[in-house]
Design a protein. Structure first.
Length: 407
Protein backbone atom coordinates (compact mmCIF):
# COMPACT_ATOMS: atom_id res chain seq x y z
CA UNK A 1 0.00 0.00 0.00
CA UNK A 2 1.36 3.41 -1.03
CA UNK A 3 0.75 5.23 2.24
CA UNK A 4 3.49 7.88 2.00
CA UNK A 5 3.14 11.12 0.08
CA UNK A 6 6.01 12.82 -1.71
CA UNK A 7 5.35 16.29 -3.04
CA UNK A 8 5.52 16.27 -6.86
CA UNK A 9 7.74 18.97 -8.34
CA UNK A 10 4.80 20.50 -10.18
CA UNK A 11 2.75 20.90 -6.99
CA UNK A 12 5.74 22.33 -5.10
CA UNK A 13 6.49 24.81 -7.88
CA UNK A 14 2.83 25.78 -8.15
CA UNK A 15 2.65 26.51 -4.44
CA UNK A 16 5.82 28.61 -4.49
CA UNK A 17 4.72 30.43 -7.64
CA UNK A 18 1.37 31.36 -6.13
CA UNK A 19 3.05 32.55 -2.93
CA UNK A 20 5.39 34.62 -5.09
CA UNK A 21 2.43 36.18 -6.89
CA UNK A 22 0.79 37.00 -3.56
CA UNK A 23 3.94 38.52 -2.06
CA UNK A 24 4.61 40.55 -5.21
CA UNK A 25 1.01 41.78 -5.24
CA UNK A 26 1.26 42.80 -1.60
CA UNK A 27 4.57 44.63 -2.14
CA UNK A 28 3.21 46.49 -5.16
CA UNK A 29 0.15 47.44 -3.12
CA UNK A 30 2.30 48.73 -0.25
CA UNK A 31 4.57 50.61 -2.65
CA UNK A 32 1.59 52.21 -4.39
CA UNK A 33 0.20 53.42 -1.06
CA UNK A 34 3.50 54.70 0.31
CA UNK A 35 4.97 56.20 -2.83
CA UNK A 36 1.89 57.04 -4.88
CA UNK A 37 1.14 60.75 -4.82
CA UNK A 38 -2.51 60.15 -5.63
CA UNK A 39 -3.29 57.35 -3.14
CA UNK A 40 -6.77 58.06 -1.80
CA UNK A 41 -8.67 56.91 1.27
CA UNK A 42 -10.47 54.45 -1.02
CA UNK A 43 -7.16 52.92 -2.15
CA UNK A 44 -5.99 52.50 1.46
CA UNK A 45 -9.30 51.01 2.55
CA UNK A 46 -9.34 48.62 -0.41
CA UNK A 47 -5.80 47.50 0.50
CA UNK A 48 -6.78 46.53 4.05
CA UNK A 49 -10.27 45.24 3.24
CA UNK A 50 -8.89 42.79 0.68
CA UNK A 51 -6.40 41.41 3.20
CA UNK A 52 -9.21 41.11 5.74
CA UNK A 53 -11.44 39.32 3.22
CA UNK A 54 -8.89 36.62 2.38
CA UNK A 55 -7.52 36.15 5.89
CA UNK A 56 -11.02 35.66 7.33
CA UNK A 57 -12.07 33.32 4.53
CA UNK A 58 -9.01 31.07 4.82
CA UNK A 59 -9.17 31.11 8.63
CA UNK A 60 -12.73 29.86 8.53
CA UNK A 61 -12.33 27.17 5.85
CA UNK A 62 -9.21 25.70 7.46
CA UNK A 63 -10.83 25.85 10.91
CA UNK A 64 -13.74 23.83 9.54
CA UNK A 65 -11.42 20.84 9.12
CA UNK A 66 -10.86 20.84 12.89
CA UNK A 67 -14.61 20.99 13.42
CA UNK A 68 -15.18 18.09 11.01
CA UNK A 69 -12.68 15.90 12.88
CA UNK A 70 -14.36 16.66 16.21
CA UNK A 71 -17.90 16.16 14.92
CA UNK A 72 -17.12 12.85 13.20
CA UNK A 73 -15.22 11.61 16.27
CA UNK A 74 -18.17 12.31 18.54
CA UNK A 75 -20.49 10.61 16.03
CA UNK A 76 -18.02 7.67 15.93
CA UNK A 77 -18.14 7.83 12.16
CA UNK A 78 -15.76 5.44 10.44
CA UNK A 79 -16.23 6.64 6.86
CA UNK A 80 -13.75 9.50 7.21
CA UNK A 81 -10.95 7.32 8.62
CA UNK A 82 -9.59 6.35 5.20
CA UNK A 83 -8.74 9.98 4.40
CA UNK A 84 -8.60 11.45 7.91
CA UNK A 85 -5.02 12.60 7.35
CA UNK A 86 -6.35 15.23 4.92
CA UNK A 87 -8.53 17.23 7.36
CA UNK A 88 -5.83 16.67 9.98
CA UNK A 89 -3.21 18.28 7.72
CA UNK A 90 -5.49 21.20 6.87
CA UNK A 91 -6.52 21.76 10.48
CA UNK A 92 -2.94 21.49 11.74
CA UNK A 93 -2.03 24.46 9.53
CA UNK A 94 -4.84 26.69 10.73
CA UNK A 95 -2.31 28.51 12.92
CA UNK A 96 -0.68 30.05 9.84
CA UNK A 97 -3.90 31.69 8.68
CA UNK A 98 -4.86 32.46 12.26
CA UNK A 99 -1.67 34.47 12.78
CA UNK A 100 -2.16 36.24 9.44
CA UNK A 101 -5.74 37.02 10.47
CA UNK A 102 -4.60 38.48 13.80
CA UNK A 103 -1.94 40.62 12.12
CA UNK A 104 -4.44 41.98 9.59
CA UNK A 105 -7.31 42.61 11.99
CA UNK A 106 -5.12 44.15 14.69
CA UNK A 107 -3.42 46.36 12.10
CA UNK A 108 -6.83 47.62 11.02
CA UNK A 109 -7.99 48.13 14.60
CA UNK A 110 -4.87 49.82 15.98
CA UNK A 111 -3.17 51.45 13.00
CA UNK A 112 -5.59 52.30 10.23
CA UNK A 113 -7.50 55.58 9.99
CA UNK A 114 -8.46 57.59 6.93
CA UNK A 115 -7.64 61.25 6.30
CA UNK A 116 -10.58 62.26 8.49
CA UNK A 117 -9.34 60.29 11.49
CA UNK A 118 -12.06 57.64 11.09
CA UNK A 119 -11.74 53.88 10.78
CA UNK A 120 -13.75 53.08 7.62
CA UNK A 121 -13.56 49.30 8.09
CA UNK A 122 -14.54 49.02 11.75
CA UNK A 123 -16.50 52.26 12.39
CA UNK A 124 -17.23 51.30 16.01
CA UNK A 125 -13.57 52.07 16.81
CA UNK A 126 -14.20 55.77 16.10
CA UNK A 127 -17.90 56.12 17.03
CA UNK A 128 -17.93 59.87 17.55
CA UNK A 129 -21.45 60.88 18.59
CA UNK A 130 -23.16 57.93 16.90
CA UNK A 131 -25.70 56.77 19.48
CA UNK A 132 -26.12 53.32 17.94
CA UNK A 133 -22.37 52.61 18.01
CA UNK A 134 -22.02 54.06 21.49
CA UNK A 135 -24.87 51.82 22.66
CA UNK A 136 -23.01 48.73 21.39
CA UNK A 137 -19.72 49.56 23.11
CA UNK A 138 -20.19 47.01 25.95
CA UNK A 139 -19.51 44.36 23.27
CA UNK A 140 -17.98 46.28 20.36
CA UNK A 141 -14.81 47.55 21.98
CA UNK A 142 -11.11 46.93 21.41
CA UNK A 143 -10.39 44.79 24.53
CA UNK A 144 -13.31 42.50 23.67
CA UNK A 145 -12.20 42.26 20.04
CA UNK A 146 -8.59 41.48 20.96
CA UNK A 147 -9.52 39.01 23.70
CA UNK A 148 -11.95 36.94 21.63
CA UNK A 149 -9.66 37.01 18.59
CA UNK A 150 -6.55 35.80 20.43
CA UNK A 151 -8.47 33.18 22.40
CA UNK A 152 -10.13 31.81 19.27
CA UNK A 153 -6.97 31.58 17.18
CA UNK A 154 -4.95 30.09 20.05
CA UNK A 155 -7.56 27.45 20.90
CA UNK A 156 -8.30 26.47 17.31
CA UNK A 157 -4.58 26.20 16.58
CA UNK A 158 -4.05 24.08 19.69
CA UNK A 159 -6.83 21.63 18.85
CA UNK A 160 -5.77 21.46 15.19
CA UNK A 161 -2.25 20.45 16.20
CA UNK A 162 -3.43 18.22 19.06
CA UNK A 163 -5.85 16.14 17.01
CA UNK A 164 -3.17 15.39 14.42
CA UNK A 165 -0.51 14.60 17.04
CA UNK A 166 -2.81 12.18 18.86
CA UNK A 167 -3.84 10.51 15.62
CA UNK A 168 -0.19 9.88 14.77
CA UNK A 169 0.52 8.70 18.33
CA UNK A 170 -2.18 6.04 17.90
CA UNK A 171 0.02 4.31 15.32
CA UNK A 172 2.65 3.41 17.91
CA UNK A 173 0.14 2.52 20.63
CA UNK A 174 -0.48 -1.16 21.52
CA UNK A 175 -2.73 -2.93 19.03
CA UNK A 176 -6.44 -2.35 19.67
CA UNK A 177 -5.61 0.06 22.51
CA UNK A 178 -8.42 2.63 22.86
CA UNK A 179 -6.90 5.00 25.42
CA UNK A 180 -5.98 7.67 22.85
CA UNK A 181 -9.23 7.15 20.97
CA UNK A 182 -11.35 8.03 23.98
CA UNK A 183 -9.09 10.94 24.90
CA UNK A 184 -9.67 12.37 21.41
CA UNK A 185 -13.38 11.71 21.92
CA UNK A 186 -13.44 13.83 25.08
CA UNK A 187 -11.31 16.59 23.56
CA UNK A 188 -13.67 16.69 20.58
CA UNK A 189 -16.53 17.56 22.90
CA UNK A 190 -14.48 20.35 24.44
CA UNK A 191 -13.58 21.72 21.02
CA UNK A 192 -17.19 21.81 19.89
CA UNK A 193 -17.98 24.02 22.90
CA UNK A 194 -15.10 26.30 21.90
CA UNK A 195 -16.28 26.28 18.30
CA UNK A 196 -19.83 27.08 19.33
CA UNK A 197 -18.66 30.09 21.34
CA UNK A 198 -16.45 31.37 18.51
CA UNK A 199 -17.43 30.41 14.96
CA UNK A 200 -21.11 29.97 15.82
CA UNK A 201 -21.36 33.33 17.56
CA UNK A 202 -18.72 35.87 18.54
CA UNK A 203 -15.99 35.81 15.87
CA UNK A 204 -18.19 36.38 12.79
CA UNK A 205 -19.88 39.22 14.73
CA UNK A 206 -16.55 40.86 15.55
CA UNK A 207 -14.55 40.20 12.39
CA UNK A 208 -17.27 40.56 9.75
CA UNK A 209 -20.68 41.76 10.90
CA UNK A 210 -19.26 44.71 12.88
CA UNK A 211 -17.99 46.18 9.59
CA UNK A 212 -21.55 47.48 9.18
CA UNK A 213 -22.13 47.92 12.87
CA UNK A 214 -25.56 49.57 12.56
CA UNK A 215 -26.89 46.39 10.98
CA UNK A 216 -27.16 43.01 12.66
CA UNK A 217 -28.64 39.58 12.07
CA UNK A 218 -29.18 36.80 14.59
CA UNK A 219 -28.55 34.31 11.75
CA UNK A 220 -25.27 35.78 10.62
CA UNK A 221 -22.90 33.42 12.46
CA UNK A 222 -24.79 30.36 11.27
CA UNK A 223 -24.79 31.78 7.75
CA UNK A 224 -21.02 32.32 7.79
CA UNK A 225 -20.55 28.84 9.28
CA UNK A 226 -22.55 27.21 6.48
CA UNK A 227 -20.53 29.10 3.89
CA UNK A 228 -17.29 28.03 5.59
CA UNK A 229 -18.38 24.41 6.07
CA UNK A 230 -19.32 23.68 2.48
CA UNK A 231 -16.11 25.40 1.31
CA UNK A 232 -14.04 23.39 3.81
CA UNK A 233 -15.65 20.13 2.73
CA UNK A 234 -14.95 21.03 -0.91
CA UNK A 235 -11.32 21.73 0.00
CA UNK A 236 -11.05 18.26 1.57
CA UNK A 237 -12.60 16.77 -1.57
CA UNK A 238 -9.98 18.42 -3.80
CA UNK A 239 -7.10 17.15 -1.67
CA UNK A 240 -8.52 13.62 -1.54
CA UNK A 241 -8.95 13.55 -5.32
CA UNK A 242 -5.43 14.88 -5.84
CA UNK A 243 -3.92 12.23 -3.57
CA UNK A 244 -5.97 9.52 -5.29
CA UNK A 245 -4.62 10.66 -8.65
CA UNK A 246 -1.09 10.43 -7.22
CA UNK A 247 -1.69 6.78 -6.33
CA UNK A 248 -2.25 7.36 -2.60
CA UNK A 249 -5.30 6.77 -0.40
CA UNK A 250 -5.95 3.30 -1.81
CA UNK A 251 -8.59 2.68 0.86
CA UNK A 252 -10.66 5.55 -0.47
CA UNK A 253 -13.32 4.30 -2.86
CA UNK A 254 -16.17 5.87 -4.78
CA UNK A 255 -18.31 5.20 -1.72
CA UNK A 256 -16.22 7.66 0.29
CA UNK A 257 -16.25 10.16 -2.58
CA UNK A 258 -20.01 9.77 -2.72
CA UNK A 259 -20.27 10.69 0.96
CA UNK A 260 -18.12 13.79 0.49
CA UNK A 261 -20.27 14.72 -2.49
CA UNK A 262 -23.40 14.32 -0.38
CA UNK A 263 -22.02 16.74 2.19
CA UNK A 264 -21.23 19.27 -0.54
CA UNK A 265 -24.74 18.85 -1.93
CA UNK A 266 -26.52 18.93 1.44
CA UNK A 267 -24.69 21.93 2.85
CA UNK A 268 -25.15 23.90 -0.35
CA UNK A 269 -28.85 23.50 0.37
CA UNK A 270 -28.34 24.31 4.06
CA UNK A 271 -26.44 27.47 3.15
CA UNK A 272 -29.30 28.44 0.83
CA UNK A 273 -31.85 27.81 3.58
CA UNK A 274 -30.00 30.20 5.90
CA UNK A 275 -29.50 32.70 3.08
CA UNK A 276 -33.22 32.64 2.33
CA UNK A 277 -34.27 32.76 6.00
CA UNK A 278 -32.11 35.83 6.63
CA UNK A 279 -33.09 37.58 3.40
CA UNK A 280 -36.81 36.77 3.46
CA UNK A 281 -37.42 37.98 7.03
CA UNK A 282 -35.60 41.25 6.37
CA UNK A 283 -37.40 41.74 3.06
CA UNK A 284 -40.82 40.99 4.57
CA UNK A 285 -40.37 43.24 7.61
CA UNK A 286 -39.07 46.05 5.35
CA UNK A 287 -37.41 47.94 8.22
CA UNK A 288 -34.95 50.52 6.85
CA UNK A 289 -32.25 49.71 9.44
CA UNK A 290 -32.27 46.10 8.19
CA UNK A 291 -32.96 46.46 4.47
CA UNK A 292 -30.00 48.81 3.97
CA UNK A 293 -27.73 45.75 4.06
CA UNK A 294 -29.44 44.04 1.11
CA UNK A 295 -30.35 47.19 -0.79
CA UNK A 296 -26.70 47.91 -1.49
CA UNK A 297 -25.98 44.30 -2.41
CA UNK A 298 -29.08 43.37 -4.41
CA UNK A 299 -30.10 46.66 -6.02
CA UNK A 300 -26.79 48.49 -5.99
CA UNK A 301 -23.52 47.92 -7.83
CA UNK A 302 -22.95 44.55 -6.10
CA UNK A 303 -26.02 43.03 -7.76
CA UNK A 304 -23.86 41.06 -10.21
CA UNK A 305 -22.06 39.35 -7.34
CA UNK A 306 -25.32 38.98 -5.39
CA UNK A 307 -26.97 36.89 -8.14
CA UNK A 308 -23.76 35.13 -9.22
CA UNK A 309 -23.34 34.11 -5.58
CA UNK A 310 -26.74 32.42 -5.60
CA UNK A 311 -26.06 30.69 -8.92
CA UNK A 312 -22.58 29.41 -8.00
CA UNK A 313 -23.42 28.37 -4.45
CA UNK A 314 -26.86 26.87 -4.86
CA UNK A 315 -28.27 26.43 -8.35
CA UNK A 316 -25.22 24.83 -9.98
CA UNK A 317 -24.20 22.54 -7.06
CA UNK A 318 -27.85 21.54 -6.60
CA UNK A 319 -28.45 20.65 -10.24
CA UNK A 320 -25.06 19.03 -10.86
CA UNK A 321 -24.79 17.00 -7.65
CA UNK A 322 -28.42 15.92 -7.49
CA UNK A 323 -27.86 12.60 -9.24
CA UNK A 324 -25.97 9.72 -7.71
CA UNK A 325 -23.53 9.20 -10.62
CA UNK A 326 -22.40 12.84 -10.54
CA UNK A 327 -21.29 12.52 -6.92
CA UNK A 328 -19.13 9.54 -7.91
CA UNK A 329 -17.52 11.13 -10.96
CA UNK A 330 -14.09 12.55 -10.17
CA UNK A 331 -14.18 15.29 -12.80
CA UNK A 332 -17.66 16.45 -11.83
CA UNK A 333 -17.01 16.68 -8.10
CA UNK A 334 -13.65 18.39 -8.74
CA UNK A 335 -15.34 21.05 -10.85
CA UNK A 336 -18.14 21.59 -8.33
CA UNK A 337 -15.66 21.73 -5.42
CA UNK A 338 -13.65 24.49 -7.13
CA UNK A 339 -16.87 26.28 -8.05
CA UNK A 340 -18.09 26.16 -4.45
CA UNK A 341 -14.81 27.47 -3.03
CA UNK A 342 -14.72 30.36 -5.50
CA UNK A 343 -18.44 31.02 -5.02
CA UNK A 344 -18.12 31.29 -1.26
CA UNK A 345 -14.99 33.42 -1.63
CA UNK A 346 -17.32 35.78 -3.49
CA UNK A 347 -19.88 35.34 -0.71
CA UNK A 348 -17.34 36.58 1.84
CA UNK A 349 -16.39 39.36 -0.58
CA UNK A 350 -19.93 40.69 -0.51
CA UNK A 351 -20.16 40.23 3.25
CA UNK A 352 -17.08 42.40 3.80
CA UNK A 353 -16.48 44.84 0.95
CA UNK A 354 -19.72 46.88 0.69
CA UNK A 355 -19.27 48.25 4.22
CA UNK A 356 -15.89 49.96 3.83
CA UNK A 357 -15.93 50.49 0.05
CA UNK A 358 -19.55 51.50 -0.45
CA UNK A 359 -20.66 51.57 -4.07
CA UNK A 360 -17.16 51.75 -5.53
CA UNK A 361 -15.80 48.23 -5.67
CA UNK A 362 -13.56 46.24 -7.97
CA UNK A 363 -12.11 42.75 -8.39
CA UNK A 364 -8.86 43.44 -10.15
CA UNK A 365 -5.19 42.40 -10.06
CA UNK A 366 -4.87 43.17 -6.35
CA UNK A 367 -7.83 41.06 -5.18
CA UNK A 368 -6.90 38.13 -7.43
CA UNK A 369 -3.19 38.34 -6.58
CA UNK A 370 -3.77 38.28 -2.81
CA UNK A 371 -6.20 35.36 -3.20
CA UNK A 372 -3.59 33.43 -5.21
CA UNK A 373 -1.02 34.08 -2.48
CA UNK A 374 -3.27 32.55 0.16
CA UNK A 375 -3.94 29.55 -2.08
CA UNK A 376 -0.19 29.08 -2.48
CA UNK A 377 0.35 29.16 1.29
CA UNK A 378 -2.39 26.56 1.72
CA UNK A 379 -0.98 24.23 -0.95
CA UNK A 380 2.57 24.46 0.38
CA UNK A 381 1.71 24.09 4.07
CA UNK A 382 -0.76 21.21 3.69
CA UNK A 383 1.40 19.26 1.22
CA UNK A 384 4.41 19.50 3.55
CA UNK A 385 2.34 18.29 6.49
CA UNK A 386 1.04 15.34 4.48
CA UNK A 387 4.60 14.13 3.86
CA UNK A 388 5.43 13.89 7.55
CA UNK A 389 3.35 10.82 8.37
CA UNK A 390 1.60 7.88 6.81
CA UNK A 391 -1.56 8.76 4.87
CA UNK A 392 -3.21 5.71 6.37
CA UNK A 393 -4.02 6.02 10.10
CA UNK A 394 -2.63 2.62 11.03
CA UNK A 395 -3.88 1.06 14.26
CA UNK A 396 -7.02 3.21 14.23
CA UNK A 397 -9.80 1.06 15.66
CA UNK A 398 -12.18 2.19 12.88
CA UNK A 399 -9.82 1.39 10.02
CA UNK A 400 -11.41 -1.98 9.22
CA UNK A 401 -14.87 -0.46 9.15
CA UNK A 402 -13.83 2.29 6.74
CA UNK A 403 -12.24 -0.31 4.45
CA UNK A 404 -15.60 -2.02 3.94
CA UNK A 405 -17.59 1.22 3.89
CA UNK A 406 -20.62 1.35 1.62
CA UNK A 407 -22.39 4.69 1.06
Amino acid sequence: MNDRFEIPARLKNTGFALIGVGVLTLLIGVFALLMGAHATDYDKTRFWATLLHDSVFFCFITGVSIFIQAAVTLAQGAWITSFRRVPEAIGANFWIFGIIGLIVTFSIVFLYKDSHGQNPIYPWITPGNDKILLGKQPFLNIPMFVGFSIATVALWAYFGKKFRAMSIAQESAPKNDTKIYWKVFRLSGVFLIVYGLSQMSTIPWLWVMSIQAHWFSTLFSWYSFASSFVSGMSLIMLWVLYLKNQGNLELVTKEHMHDLGKFMFAFSIFWTYLWFAQYMLIWYANIPDETVYFKLRQQGPYSVIFYANFICNFIMPFLILMSRPSKRNYFTVSFVAMLIIFGHWMDFFQMIMPGPLGEHWTINWYEIGIFMGFVGILITAVSRTLTKSSLVPHNNILLKETAVHVA
